[in-house]
Design a protein around this ligand. Structure first.
Ligand code: MN
Length: 252
């Protein structure tokens, strides 16, 4: 199959691409809605995986546009929403925008392929269930992350590297949004950091970033300085855990 992945977060791109390739499908990545619409004009895809939260054009807007374009042709490409939040209202908004299914991120292999193969009528014998994650460490649970990546330590190394490179940029944007009292950019930057940390199952950082995202979403920056301090502490712990892991990888 040929899939179109519409996703602005680099770690999410890498992870989804790896999962899809392992399953033997092809994937093309669009980093924003405009790119996605342009690709759909010129290339054939069996299905679209659509991030909801993206700067400029949201996944809901892109989907609505795709459905409008299809009115002329009578076609219907399956579109699967992928989102970090799993709120019921989101699910309803996705259906209203014309999406066929909804998955929460980080994407879980079995439900990803069950969903896309069901929607496209593609059949392949069922895959083994993922290993259970066991106990969880709120800073960074290496065993659980590795299990979620199918034991692929090269992939863990790759996303750890991307995370460590990206995190300071995300933090810079968050700090700037707090100091310039810019709720919209606060929401975006905190969302980006949250999404990246979620792939590492770094629950403390996910929760701390989610707090700032929510503050921004409510349209003010009230309480953001305290929340930022909390995030900074938690991110430091995560960075040091990941730094240790990188050293280990380097020795291996
Ligand atoms: Mn996004």
């Amino acid at each position: 199959m040929r899939l179109l992945l519409v996703e602005d977060n680099e770690i999410n791109q890498v992870l989804a691409q790896r999962l899809i390739h392992k399953r033997g499908h092809k994937v093309v990545i669009a980093s924003n809605g405009r790119e996605a619409l342009a690709l759909l004009e010129i290339e054939y895809f069996d299905l679209v995986l659509m991030d909801i939260q993206m700067p400029e054009m949201s996944g809901l807007e892109v989907t609505a546009q795709i459905r409008r374009n299809e009115q002329a042709t009578g076609q219907h490409i399956p579109i699967v929403a992928t989102t970090a939040s799993a709120m019921k209202e989101d699910r309803e908004r996705c259906v209203q925008a014309g999406m066929d299914a909804y998955l929460s991120k980080p994407l879980e292999r079995d439900s990803l392929f069950e969903t896309i193969e069901r929607l496209t009528g593609y059949s392949k014998k069922s895959v083994a269930p993922a290993a259970s994650s066991g106990t969880s460490d709120p800073v960074f649970d290496r065993g659980a992350v590795l299990a979620s990546l199918d034991g692929d330590s090269d992939l863990l190394r790759e996303i750890t590297g991307i995370f460590l490179a990206q995190a300071p940029r995300h933090m810079e944007r968050i700090r700037e949004a707090v100091s310039t009292k810019d709720p919209k950019n606060l929401e975006r930057a905190a969302h980006a950091l949250k999404g990246s940390a979620a792939n590492l199952l770094a629950q403390e950082v996910v929760d701390a970033a989610a707090k700032l995202e929510e503050i921004g979403r409510l349209g003010s920056v009230a309480g953001s300085s305290e929340a930022l301090q909390g995030l900074e502490k938690k991110l430091e712990r995560l960075q040091s855990a990941l730094g240790e892991l990188e050293k280990e990888f380097a020795r291996a």
